[in-house]
Design a protein around this ligand. Structure first.
Ligand SMILES: CC(C)(COP(=O)(O)OP(=O)(O)OC[C@H]1O[C@@H](n2cnc3c(N)ncnc32)[C@H](O)[C@@H]1OP(=O)(O)O)[C@@H](O)C(=O)NCCC(=O)NCCS
Length: 181
């Protein structure tokens, strides 16, 4: 399994990637915006890699490590997982702060959404971000996730605290229309 865009290579993470994964996922600028444990240990990366393998085997989708095509540098992670609704999946991603602002997240998400609709024949792909993470919202908008709904959910570690976010989505029809435009 391997996806490619003009500058990036996306492939399931392996044990070889653990030091790079830990270095990026441990960075608080990344961890504060995503559902990764903090502090993040090599054992967390190992579990994530095993879950990715199972998900690719069982669902034909899962987590991918993202590398530059030129230089093969690890720059982040992205993934697609099925939701409870048939034909629906949700996307998530995080990238190394040293490469932010170069369009990598947008390029990787666009390729993953293409894979979801064109190869997996999904009907609907969604993604969510915290209210205080407009950069991620912009990435979703740029790949065509035009619908946005505000959601207030209990904090994963402290259900007494409410966390506000935005849920966005794109349908297979909207993806086809974007391609045709
Ligand atoms: C969010 C994240 C993935 C963006 O990665 P990236 O590679 O920098 O994204 P891109 O360069 O493709 O696009 C970023 C867009 O956000 C915009 N942006 C950046 N900061 C912004 C801000 N404070 N407000 C609004 N837009 C912002 C950029 O200008 C760019 O849009 P543009 O191309 O229209 O100018 C990255 O910052 C990250 O990994 N953050 C930590 C983890 C995370 O938030 N993951 C997503 C959880 S939902």
């Amino acid at each position: 399994m391997k996806l490619e865009s003009s500058r990036l290579l996306l492939k399931p993470p392996t044990e070889e990637d653990i030091p790079s994964i830990v270095a990026v996922a441990s960075d608080w600028r990344v961890a504060e915006m995503v559902l990764v444990p903090h502090p993040y240990f090599p054992s967390h990366a190992q579990t994530w890699i095993e879950q990715a393998r199972e998900s690719w085997r069982d669902h034909g989708m899962g987590a991918l490590a993202v590398f530059t095509r030129q230089g093969q540098a690890f720059v982040g992670a992205i993934g697609l997982k099925p939701t409870t609704v048939d034909g629906h999946a949700s996307a998530g991603y995080w990238f190394c702060p040293s490469v932010w602002g170069r369009g990598f997240a947008t390029e990787a998400l666009r390729e993953l959404v293409r894979y979801g609709f064109e190869v997996r024949k999904l009907q609907h792909i969604e993604a969510g971000h915290l209210l205080e993470n407009p950069a991620s919202g912009r990435v979703m908008e740029k790949v065509g996730m035009a619908h946005a709904v505000r959601v207030d959910l209990p904090h994963r570690d402290d259900p007494g605290v409410i966390v506000s976010g935005i849920q966005r989505c794109i349908s297979a029809e909207e993806w086809e229309a974007l391609k045709a435009a």
